[in-house]
Design a protein around this ligand. Sequence first.
Ligand code: IPE
Ligand code: IPE
Ligand code: MG
Length: 231
Amino acid sequence: MIPKHVAIIMDGNGRWAKDKGLPREYGHQNGVNSVKSIVEEAYKSGIQYLTLYAFSIENWDRPSDEINILMSLLVSTLRDEFDEIFDNDIKLNAIGEIKSLPKELVSELDFIINKTRKNTKMTLTLALSYGGKQEIFNAIKIISNKVKNNLIELNNFDDSIINSHLYTKNLPDVDLLIRTSGEMRISNFLIWQSAYSEFYSTSVLWPDFDEVEIKKALSSYSNRHRRYGTI
Ligand code: IPE
Ligand code: IPE
Ligand code: MG
């Protein structure tokens, strides 16, 4: 079975560069090639939703030089890949505190999101300035206000009310959550949406994660037995 929604914590760019005696930015640059090949492999495999953790809210605590490099890489990659995204019927989406990103990046995102809004083959979501706790906190704030103003009745309160107030309101829950670089943590990524996702961790560093590696993850997923607490 092919998972409907695959989410990836793309980790290990810095270590990849360090292993080669190069500055961390080389890791990020090479990480872009992995993004391209994984997006291509995902739509070829028939994955409908691919969500990539590209910049966490905690990543703002990195040195400003590194943040600037990551932001410019995002802008140039989106610019270079627009035709490819559009021609392959991919719909671009972004989740996170988008307003806190540099203006240039926000306008590039707005442009592509708008141009690709009618595309249907695959939804590619970039998590940028994203934090799962912050996302839930925002949702609670909006919902509380609605309850106060009698727009939501507490008696009708269920999962779907929370879902519809998250950044991911148009996405299904995560089926397969992949993390590269061997770390075994979720790092504040899609904590609500991956409550029952299958986890796949590989020691491969993100710049080395290619078609072969994602096929391994998909094959591992196809052998999982998702019980959801039943027997
Ligand atoms: C992932 O690689 C990219 C981002 C978090 C933006 P890292 O930069 O975290 O690389 P490591 O984990 O330090 O090797
Ligand atoms: C998670 O990786 C964030 C992204 C991949 C964008 P980090 O490298 O920032 O996370 P920690 O520090 O290992 O938890
Ligand atoms: Mg890391």
